[in-house]
Design a protein around this ligand. Structure first.
Ligand code: A3P
Length: 292
């Protein structure tokens, strides 16, 4: 645990350790033009990466045939690197050279490099209903688990999650940190939920584009560019593109695409589990305008 949040203690799946994060906290230099996509794992990171990448790079690919768009060939995680793993970890360093620099991170607010907060850059924070995060994380963890280990039972996953134990958790503190920051810095941080994105994707995509300073023109809207981006980044398209291959050793591309729905927790949680998580959530988010 570091600064109130759980992290990988040693270099393993994420090729990132607390030590690397401390170095990053002290040395990373953000630029005012940077864009940071911040999420907890399993909150729609892959989706928001794809959407943002497609929005800010749409001029770059407007003359290419649709089939040559990077999101039709690569995992969105290849298009937008994680600050902590690809940039500060020991995996291949991402060099794109194009502006704006687009990064993602799961790092909680309390441990974010100060230069990101001071630079005036744009941050998009996306969170998701805790019950669906738990279910998604449970399946993801089991899928990636070394075959020599037995699968994690859902009861065990539930116990850990409700105690706050998950990568970059406790869930509630992560959401709270960025939510509170967003109240005071609305120009710099856009707070979104996976559920809102699902409910009205077109308008959310337009909102994100506007917030990032890349609004769609009337002409683009008339030409259906927004709809194209929504389709390109939709679950159906991305899961099809990422059916095969690996993102990294031991991490198949298809691990990031399971159901892509709101409310799958109803198929996993008992009434008692539902009651416990609802209570914790109400208590932790008391007085805040967050409704899950
Ligand atoms: P489920 O396991 O509930 O299906 P992350 O990207 O943060 O790892 O989150 C993964 C979750 O987002 C998974 O949820 C996955 O199916 C869902 N997801 C991935 N791409 C999506 C998309 N384009 N639209 C909606 N949901 C998506």
């Amino acid at each position: 645990m570091y600064q109130g949040f759980w992290h990988f203690s040693h270099i393993s799946y994420d090729v990132f350790s607390v030590e690397a994060m401390m170095t990053m906290q002290n040395t990373f230099q953000a630029q005012p033009t940077d864009i940071y996509l911040i999420t907890l794992p399993k909150s729609g990171t892959t989706w928001i990466k794809a959407v943002t990448y497609a929005i800010v790079n749409r001029e770059r690919y407007k003359n290419s045939t649709l089939s040559s768009h990077p999101l039709l060939a690569y995992n969105p995680h290849k298009c937008v690197p994680f600050l902590e793993t690809e940039v500060f970890g020991k995996t291949s360093v991402y060099v794109d050279g194009c502006l704006p620099r687009l990064f993602a991170t799961h790092i909680p607010y309390t441990s974010l490099p100060q230069s990101i907060l001071d630079s005036g850059c744009r941050i998009v924070y996306m969170c998701r209903n805790p019950k669906d995060v738990l279910v998604s994380l449970f399946h993801f963890t089991n899928k990636l688990r070394d075959k020599s280990r037995c699968q994690m039972a859902f009861d065990e996953a539930f116990e850990m999650f409700s105690k706050g134990i998950m990568p970059y958790g406790p869930y509630w503190d992560h959401v709270k940190g960025y939510y509170n920051f967003s109240l005071e810095h609305q120009k710099n941080i856009l707070y979104l939920t996976y559920e809102d994105m699902k409910e009205d994707t077109v308008n959310r995509v337009k909102h994100i584009a506007e917030f990032l300073g890349y609004p769609f023109t009337k002409d683009e809207e008339a030409r259906g560019v927004v709809g194209e981006i929504v389709r390109l980044c939709g679950f159906k398209s991305l899961s099809e593109v990422n059916k095969h291959g690996d993102f990294r050793e031991g991490v198949p591309n298809d691990a990031f695409f399971r159901e892509g729905k709101v409310g799958d927790w109803r198929n996993h949680l008992t009434d008692e589990m539902t009651k416990v998580l609802t209570q914790i959530t109400e208590q932790k988010f008391h007085g805040m305008d967050i409704s899950f």
